[in-house]
Design a binder for this molecule. Sequence first.
Ligand code: ZN
Length: 396
Amino acid sequence: MKLSTTALSLLLPGLLCCMGGDKPDYRKVHFDALFVDTHNDVVQRVLAGEDLSHRTAHGHSDLPRFIEGGVDVELFSIWVPPGKTARGYYEQAVEQMDSIDALARRNPGRMAMGRTADSIDSLVAAGKFVGLFGVEGGHVIEDDLTKLEYFSSRGARYMTLTWNNSTDWATSASDETDASSPPEHPGLTDFGRQVVRRMNDLGMLVDVSHVGEQTFRDVMAVTRKPVIASHSSVWNISRHRRNLKDYQLDAIRDNGGVVFINFAPWFIDSTFGRKEAEMRRKEARRIDSIQAGIPGDGFMKDLYSAEQLAADYDPIRPTIDQVLDHFDYVARRIGVDHVGVGSDFDGITVAPAGLRDVTQFPELTRGLLERGYSVEDVEKILGGNFMRVLRAAESR
Ligand SMILES: [Zn+2]
């Protein structure tokens, strides 16, 4: 039986490119391609006073490292911790956006803020690293569609409907799976449906990472545009409530959307949580004293202390190969048009071996090529798929 080229390439992603030919140079492929990462939480480090204009000693990213890693477009996560605070969520989100705009203004030769797909194309062609925003957690719109419109006008290209906390109008994966207090009415309310429709009108991508399964189903029933999961991985490989089940992957394929793979060790390797708990139990006293020496609280304390525990994490962190398994799973199940990169760098306290920070993104390209993906398919995964869904979101 003779298979057509198209049929064969569907069966064997990319093998055709390399049959009898030379292996493509992974660095050339990586740096020639448009590379988009849909989720990075480094804004939290900016708020803690770090200047990303220079190479920093902490975390996973800064401007020099984005450029070294071949990142063309980064979606900076605007995330305001829920809970009682003196200032409102919206006000804090605006301040976070201002801090990244200011970073771009301080570095006009290297960085610019984008908005539409066309503006991204022209800024990248001009050699700029392009910043966009992803709003993580619908609580920052404070139940007000005019605030959603404002975020869109500021360059927020997606909004994750919930973070781990539910909003008044959408329930989160965390709350829907919490057996001790399940929500009375899981899913979207009427206002939640209005939010999705308004996002469709505004050309803002609806992000289903973090939402509960009922919210997911409700979103898929109401959206007129492709959705994304900006930073989630595969449930069938690692059973974490933030990962996507097969029926969700299939629904995203049918909707024309894209799943952007998250590098969080807990999402990549189902055994990591247990191994980490064991390590932390053994080292509890030392960890307490490390944490006591770090000012502040919450996420930054966890991030900075995990850096000091790097040697303890080394034997248990998942490998880049395990991360690639998630890309492979999604590509094989729903097609190479529906998978991309949503690293969650600087939002994860521990990174996989071989992907320790944004400078190692080229290793992902190397791994995909080594697994037989064609250059064309790799280009889709690295950025082409994001640009396709963004244009689809922008279309009338
Ligand atoms: Zn998140």
